[in-house]
Design a protein around this ligand. Sequence first.
Ligand SMILES: Nc1ncnc2c1ncn2[C@@H]1O[C@H](COP(=O)(O)OP(=O)(O)O)[C@@H](O)[C@H]1O
Ligand SMILES: [Mg+2]
Length: 227
Amino acid sequence: MNKDLILDNVTKSFFQGGKQQKVLDGINLKFSPGKWYTIYGVSGSGKTTLLNTIGGIETPDTGYLYFNGSSIYDLPDRKISRWRNRSIGFVFQFFHLIGELNVRQNILLPCRVRGYSPDYNWIARITRVLSIDSLLGRSPATLSGGEMQRTALARALVNKPSFILADEPTGNLDSGNSAKIIKLLEELKEESGAGIILATHERELIETGDEIFEITDGKIKSSKKGE
Ligand SMILES: Nc1ncnc2c1ncn2[C@@H]1O[C@H](COP(=O)(O)OP(=O)(O)O)[C@@H](O)[C@H]1O
Ligand SMILES: [Mg+2]
């Protein structure tokens, strides 16, 4: 089955101070499961807008998002949410864990939304790989930054999504924890077969991934590794 994600001529503008700003200007991209894509761009270049469009959160002004051959934004909202919950795992810079829930409950959240019974063998495996299996009863407030982000990674993976969208996932971590998250994402990609789409403004991460894109002036520049 073709589980590629395709952006077809996507545009998106915002109005600010009465002026129109074209944040995405005719974006064409194709993402396949099992591959790692790094999107580099300076702050304000449109990375978050792009990831939100890829993840079914931000409707483009024009253009299409295709998954498995269907045009996602032509679906009713209810079906877009269901697709997102099943196919996409999000990881954010500020982790976005829910303070009132413990680590286990945070990880299980996407299963609740989906209304499916969790795969406990899978959860045991990913929490072991992420070294958070001993933290499941803890409150997020008692965790280190690295532990919080590893919990967020487990939550992103719990439904075995086809793609993980990571928006500056190392932006709030020290370099040791940052390197650890990148290594874990690589392992999780191998383990789950998910595609990784990582957005970052950190130049050090440009070497990471199978394909590297730079977003600038609303357009994508493709660059080969090491250039
Ligand atoms: N909801 C919004 N309303 C108005 N402007 C927005 C909105 N979201 C993003 N922008 C603007 O679009 C540009 C790109 O933002 P963003 O996608 O967050 O970039 P990045 O993630 O690369 O920092 C910025 O100039 C930002 O101010
Ligand atoms: Mg951003």
